[in-house]
Ligand binder design. Structure first.
Ligand code: ZN
Length: 240
């Protein structure tokens, strides 16, 4: 049994479709989403429909939360503010309700999923180093936890100490915990434009992060056609 674990789609349908096609080819039968389905790109409704069609466990991301609020967006930078207002205007009542009802943390089989951190899941802080990872590990009661939010794939390993694994693939060892960022399907920010997701191979007790080229030109053109800021199209190619 293989799980495909993906998130930070951010309304990029081309990125999401590439992930789903590849995971099928890789023999994945089950799907899990770590949140931020909407926000930034031009296909929030289509991405929502596609994820819901999978009928899989999903946790709420900060953009999923923001998209259903009617609070002021004054704190956001102009780019994020414009994109969020646009996104809010696309969603209907039923889609809003779906996003509202998503949970912040879930256990799936023998692992946990969360969007940002396990220590303050609704605080939307970022895990960018091993000290941040240590805080999450204190609240991790399963061997494995998958998360997103930074849009940067990373494998944190907690044995005697906490370290970030150099490799993008890890064989799981009993008694060791893993906090794994699956990267972003729709807006990578580690300087690599390719879509990212993770495969958890249950039989072989292994997790691998995969990177995939996708139809970025179409995704960029759709952002421009929707009247969203040009920078949102541009940054996809930069992987930032
Ligand atoms: Zn995100």
């Amino acid at each position: 049994m293989k799980y495909a674990i993906f998130g930070d789609i951010h309304a990029n349908l081309e990125g999401l479709e590439a992930v789903l096609a590849d995971s099928k080819e890789q023999g994945c039968t089950d799907y899990v989403c770590v949140g931020d389905i909407v926000g930034y790109a031009s296909n929030p409704k289509e991405c929502l429909a596609r994820v819901r069609e999978l009928d899989c466990p999903v946790v709420k991301g900060n953009h999923d939360e923001e998209a259903v609020l009617d609070t002021s967006l004054e704190g956001l930078n102009p780019l994020a503010k414009f994109a969020m207002e646009w996104t809010r205007n696309q969603l209907d009542e039923e889609e809003r309700e779906y996003l509202t009802n998503l949970k912040l943390v879930r256990q799936v089989r023998d692992f946990t999923i969360v969007h940002a951190t396990l220590d303050t899941p609704g605080g939307w802080t970022y895990v960018t180093n091993k000290f941040d990872a240590m805080a999450s590990f204190s609240y991790q009661f399963t061997q494995l936890c998958f998360y997103g939010h930074t849009h940067t794939p990373r494998i944190y390993v907690k044995g005697d100490s906490v370290d970030a694994a150099e490799e993008t693939s890890v064989d799981l060892t009993m008694g060791t915990k893993y906090f794994i960022n699956v990267g972003s399907a729709g807006q990578p920010r580690d300087g690599d434009w390719r879509a990212a997701y993770a495969i958890y191979d249950v039989e072989n007790q292994n997790v691998t992060i995969r990177r995939l080229e996708y139809d970025i030109q179409t995704a960029q053109q759709k952002i421009l056609d929707a009247g969203l800021p040009e920078m949102l199209a541009h940054r996809l190619a930069l992987g930032k």
